[in-house]
Design a binder for this molecule. Structure first.
Ligand SMILES: [Zn+2]
Length: 64
């Protein structure tokens, strides 16, 4: 079994530099409710609307 010493980037190009992480919201799994306001949603959506998604992103950025 091999162990990777470091994290090799998938495309072989840009290493370590943390590319602006995908918007925080895009890494979230849908949970059946809006991540921001907890409003119930269908199972594939994370936010009830752009307003909530943007608001969530802003908060995520401030927390970094
Ligand atoms: Zn919402």
């Amino acid at each position: 079994m091999e162990t990777k010493p470091t994290d090799v980037s998938d495309d072989g190009a840009t290493p370590a530099e943390p590319v602006l992480p995908l918007r925080a919201r895009q890494m979230l799994p849908p949970k059946g409710a809006c991540w921001y306001c907890e409003k119930p949603l269908d199972s594939v959506r994370r936010f009830c609307g752009k307003v909530c998604a943007d608001a969530f992103d802003e908060e995520a950025q401030f927390c970094r």
